[in-house]
Ligand binder design. Structure first.
Ligand code: MUC
Ligand code: MG
Length: 367
């Protein structure tokens, strides 16, 4: 079985409600559907979300990287030769979402060929993850109303609150309002997307000391090297590296440099192969991990839950799996459903991704 061709199809689906955070905002899911076809008729599927504010990739650059660089390099390899595939992909620097989608599509093919679910091949720990919902910027009362709606509708009891606004007191107020409205049984953690300085973050953490936060993520830029170390050494809770730790070498640098004490694992940027490396690094070093969300659609969320449910250390916490709820539509024939606060993996061979051709025709951008 050989890789015969790879399709990179840009598609755009509007959000019902935009997500706003310190490094940007998303109004439309501008993603790329990646389909790896083999010479014996199997097709592996994944999606790459363009996140210029995090990785510099755009929908156009993802399509170009796959069409011009990766397809010629991978054609003719077996989907089992993933190590060789990565050696070739790594000849190009950057482009994490494009590479991750190709990697996950290859795993989808391997699962289909073996007649087994990818989640089982990765580790098979469980069949679901509890879900953590991301609450974006809005006035405090609207953030509270959203969290209550999500709790009441889906049974979700873990929330990641976007912070990093100026002045930081607006975020402190929002977090306090969330804690007061939701009560002590709800888990809250915060993500600053580099929006504060180290001193602002330290003051904000001090003012939120009584709110029982579990984690703090990327409150200030990792590029402010000494300020960030200073902040992390004083943080009362584990400090998650997300966009500063996008590959195994960066994970090592951030953790050993004292710039982080926990890691966000995102299949949208490290696929399954490198996500496992990151996870094993974290397990070996003894730091906690969170399954993060790259504002994924349903295909991406299915990939995240396949990975997160497969491993003990990711499955023990709620994973960020609910951003797709804000999209006005998606491409799967059978939509994902969050029930009792959890998202289940699909038990089909491979990833269980089936694309609705009419929806793809409606949302694709390549004519
Ligand atoms: C997150 O965890 O930061 C926002 C920007 C991005 O790259 O991912 C999202 C969520
Ligand atoms: Mg983050």
């Amino acid at each position: 079985m050989k890789i015969a061709r790879i399709e990179a199809i840009p598609f755009s689906i509007p959000y019902r409600k935009p997500l706003r955070f310190a490094s940007g905002e998303v109004h439309t899911a501008e993603h790329v559907l990646v389909r790896v076809h083999t010479d014996d008729g199997l097709t592996g599927t994944a999606e790459a979300p363009a996140r210029p504010f995090t990785y510099g990739e755009t929908q156009e650059s993802i399509v170009a990287a796959i069409d011009r660089l990766f397809t010629p390099q991978l054609t003719g390899l077996s989907p089992l030769e993933r190590e060789a595939a990565h050696e070739r992909l790594d000849r190009t620097v950057g482009n994490p979402a494009a590479k991750a989608a190709v990697d996950m599509a290859l795993w989808d093919i391997v699962g289909q060929a073996a007649g087994m679910p990818v989640s089982g091949l990765l580790g098979g720990y469980g069949d679901r993850m509890r879900v953590s919902h991301m609450v974006g910027f809005a006035p405090a009362d609207r953030m509270v109303a959203e969290a209550e709606r999500i709790r009441d509708t889906y049974g979700i009891t873990t929330f990641k609150v976007k912070v990093g606004r100026q002045p930081y007191t607006e975020d402190v107020e929002a977090c306090r309002a969330l804690r007061e409205a939701l009560g002590p049984g709800i888990e809250l953690y915060i993500d600053g997307n580099r929006g504060w300085t180290a001193s602002e973050a330290a003051r904000a953490l001090g003012e939120m000391a009584d709110l029982g936060l579990t984690f703090a993520e990327e409150l200030c830029p990792a590029d402010d090297v000494l300020g960030r170390r200073w902040l992390v050494s004083r943080s009362p809770v584990p400090f998650i590296a997300d966009e500063s730790a996008t590959r195994p070498a960066e994970v090592t640098r951030e953790l050993l440099g004292g710039s982080a004490t926990a890691i966000s694992v995102k299949t949208a940027r490290t696929g399954f192969t490198a996500s496992q490396r990151v996870l094993h690094q974290c397990e070996g070093l003894g730091v906690e991990v969170v399954m993060g969300n790259q504002i994924d659609g349903q295909i991406g969320s299915l990939c995240s839950v396949a990975f997160g449910a497969a491993h003990r250390s990711t499955a023990r916490r709620a994973g960020e799996l609910s951003n797709f709820l804000d999209m006005s539509d998606d491409l799967l024939t059978e939509p994902l459903a969050i029930e009792d606060g959890a998202l289940r993996i699909r038990e089909d061979a491979g990833l269980g991704v089936e694309i609705d051709p009419e929806k793809l025709a409606r949302y694709r951008q390549d004519g």
